[in-house]
Design a protein around this ligand. Structure first.
Ligand code: UPG
Length: 305
């Protein structure tokens, strides 16, 4: 599992989207909660280093450089911060994800700037080949355990799995797959757990870049013809970017995904409970077992411990 030769530090890579944060007080306070809790609970060995990657614009980078030393002052481990310019990444991504954007983006057209919402999908082609694994994390998270423990989940991936992810905890995909479910009443697509296929949430994602690069199946699914075929089959039209793409290919090829326990991404948003799905909501929302990471999605308040 350890990729480094003797004597070299082992790196643990995490990546966060970090754009337009300097103009939003709300996003800044989420950033503070996430980084402070990650630092407080983080434990690493002396020969290990946590590498924090931020995809940012100039203003957000400046803000992060100013705030991070204080936010991470409780960290009892080595860390390093790397900034990636959102424009540079978008330029590399656009040709790869252009064809899928129209199926999984808000609005009618495929905007150049939306390509970045598909970064995780093509991360294996963006990051240097020396990087074997990376964890992508939303900013509206609160860590209650050691982030290093999350990386241990890579060891439990079955051989074909490329991504480790938690299921979606609202009936959003029950809604999205409405037509397919009507045409295929016996299908488990969009059904609640434990037997159904509720789709995925992209707030916490373990990307095995090595396997993503080597998987013929996964790379075939990125091709425009395959995306078109599946979106037609499932009548899929979404607006959540990578999360929608992974959910759709997961219906067809569940073996590509390793399911993480729900406690690794305990989503708190309840929007769909009050928008037509109150009767089935709890079936999706229920998550037993310890909460390792809270996800205050759709601006939901995260409880104090
Ligand atoms: N982000 C920025 N700048 C912004 C807004 C978002 O960098 O101005 C980043 C940030 O890392 C954030 C992430 O994008 O955490 C996702 O955006 P956010 O506003 O946190 O979306 P959520 O409300 O958490 O999530 C919605 C869905 C959730 C899904 C996500 C997929 O509720 O289920 O995982 O969208 O993008």
């Amino acid at each position: 599992h350890h990729e480094n030769q003797a004597g070299r530090r082992q790196s643990y890579h995490v990546l966060m989207m970090f754009t337009k944060i300097n103009t939003s007080r709300t996003m800044q306070s989420k950033f503070e909660v996430a980084m402070r809790s990650m630092a407080r609970h983080g434990r690493f060995r002396e020969d290990e280093i946590l590498v924090l990657h931020y995809v940012s614009d100039g203003g957000s980078k400046e803000l992060a450089m100013r705030m991070l030393p204080e936010l991470l002052h409780e960290a009892n481990f080595q860390y390093e911060v790397v900034f990636h310019d959102v424009n540079g990444l978008t330029e590399k991504l656009f040709p790869i994800v252009m064809a899928m954007q129209k199926h999984f983006s808000a609005g009618s057209g495929a905007y150049y700037s939306d390509a970045i919402f598909f970064l995780s999908v093509a991360m294996h082609r963006i990051m240097p080949t020396e990087m074997k694994r990376i964890v992508q994390l939303d900013l509206d998270l609160k860590y209650r355990t050691n982030i290093r423990d999350l990386f241990q989940q890579f060891k439990h991936f079955p051989p074909e799995a490329v991504i480790g992810i938690v299921r979606e905890m609202q009936p959003v995909y029950r809604h999205t797959f409405w037509q397919y479910r009507k045409e295929n009443p016996k299908s488990r697509v969009g059904d609640p757990p434990p037997d159904g296929l509720p789709g995925f949430n992209s707030g916490v994602m373990l990307l095995n870049l090595d396997t993503m690069r080597r998987s013929e199946l996964y790379n075939r699914l990125l091709e425009p013809e395959h995306v078109a075929h599946l979106t037609e089959k499932y009548h899929f039209r979404g607006h959540l970017g990578d999360q929608d793409f992974f959910t759709m290919i997961g219906m067809e090829h569940p073996e590509l995904f390793h399911h993480l326990d729900c406690g690794w991404n305990r989503q708190l948003c309840t929007w769909w409970r009050d928008h037509g799905y109150g009767d089935v909501f709890q079936l999706y929302f229920l998550c037993n077992g310890p909460v390792h990471i809270y996800h205050g999605n759709c601006n939901t308040q995260i409880p104090d411990d």
